[in-house]
Design a protein around this ligand. Sequence first.
Ligand code: BGC
Length: 359
Amino acid sequence: MKNLSVLLTTLSLILSVLIGIVISRSHTGTDSSSPDHKLLIGLSMDTLQEARWQVDRDVFLARAKELGAEVSVASANSDDSTQIRDVNSMISAGVDVIVIIPHDGQAMSEGVRQAHQAGIPVIAYDRSIQDSDLDLYITFDNVKVGEAQAQYLIDHLPSPGKGRIVRIYGAPTDNNAKMFKQGQDNILQPYIDRGDIEVIHEDWAENWEPANAKKITNAAITNNGSDFHGILASNDGTAGGAIQALKEEGLVSKIIVTGQDAEMAACQRIVDGSQIMTIYKPIKALASTAAELAVSMATGQPIIARGEIDNGFKTVPSIFLPITSVDKSNMMQTVIADGFHSFEEVYRNVPEAERPRSN
Ligand code: BGC
């Protein structure tokens, strides 16, 4: 048996050289591999504000339960000291591994330090934790999200490739918001340099609040009037806030607005024409894979991570899941075909005669 496990470890190490990094840090506090030890996972969430996070939580819980683990969940309502307290409680409760969606990717490095001090490994979920000795990071390809948003916007301006735009970035405390911006910059910069695209207004929406996105859009309109063509909003929540401001000015559908998350409300806006696109990120795959990885990590089983990312302290073994741009034309083949949302709900505001066939 021992020989077999040595053989398996050697094989996975060889494999790792070929396809990725193997991580095998496990909880050093208790013997989590003993048969009567009930695995306990801590899931520390920033917020449940966007609809997506409830899906993340529910899928994670269901998959962990299937694997025989219990999960202790806490949501910090966008407050860093609450989130650190949540992590502390999980450490005191003796969890085997902690999965964190940080509110502030920088501030949460303290949570990683404290967990490690107690011998508990940490997985960053969706958002990175900067400057920390993170064990693993699982997320979507966030730079690609930004690239896909910007490319779509550019291609769908009234004069494709040319126009005046407003940019609404996400929360400055969220490393993802920076990565979305980086992806957007990758696409936009050559157009800006040529003078084909002019950014007339840009700002960060603190805490990703739709109300802040609305204020940013109001300010853009107050300073520039309605003479612009697109709003590069970084997610569906901020897109919703921006569209609210456009509505007050009678500009809905005249100015195109991007998004991200394929939230139900955004998908409805897309099929009725007030939002141009969103990014579909298969959250069910992310959450269930994360639950599987948490169990593997807690039990000291090797994990293969094909990607990596520099978090300022080290190169963190990472797993990046793919993303898809969604608009009116492929809503049926993506969000609906995948069972992410139902046809009836997405098209409920569209007159029946104008709906696509549901089969
Ligand atoms: C996530 C987005 C989400 C945003 C606001 C980001 O870190 O990647 O999916 O819309 O946070 O919660």
